[in-house]
Design a protein around this ligand. Structure first.
Ligand code: FES
Length: 151
């Protein structure tokens, strides 16, 4: 019951505030430490708020071979954050994750729900610079100003 409840809270708030963990514990009759232990054990639970834009660079083999590390390093420098961190203005969170299922078009990155493939540092720059202030205005990569690369 604990995992689905954590999922539900995360889905609702986009992360799991500590107060919510206390309330989940009280609701399920668990000690707050038990809830915290479980929430910290699984990487998919967010215990801090995410930025408006979640940039998830694939770090698995095919992408690594295709220089995904360059994308991550570029984002670290450009945004002045490390992997796992959020910018001070809460605009971007950078993480690395395992295979996105686009190995044939590596390197791949997710910007919120949108998948980018064959991504170059130049395209990444263009994307970051053109993202609207409100992510709800960001629906289509071409509207966001990233050019198709021959597809
Ligand atoms: S290894 Fe990156 S998408 Fe599969």
């Amino acid at each position: 019951m604990l995992l689905p409840t954590l999922h539900f809270v995360q889905h609702t708030y986009n992360w799991i505030p500590s107060q919510a963990m206390e309330e989940i514990g009280a609701f399920l009759g668990l000690a707050p430490a038990e809830v915290m232990d479980t929430a910290t054990f699984y990487e998919e639970y967010w215990l801090k708020p995410k930025g408006k834009y979640l940039l998830q660079v694939c770090r698995s083999l095919a992408c690594e071979i295709c220089d995904s590390r360059k994308l991550t390093d570029h984002l670290r420098k450009k945004l002045n954050i490390e992997v796992g961190q959020t910018t001070d203005d809460d605009r971007f969170t950078l993480i690395e994750l395992e295979c996105l299922g686009s190995c044939g078009t590596a390197p791949a990155m997710l910007c919120n729900e949108q998948l980018y493939e064959d991504l170059t540092v130049e395209q990444l720059d263009e994307l970051i610079d053109k993202l609207p202030a409100d992510p709800h205005d960001f629906k289509d990569p071409f509207l966001a100003g990233v050019e198709s690369h021959g597809h």
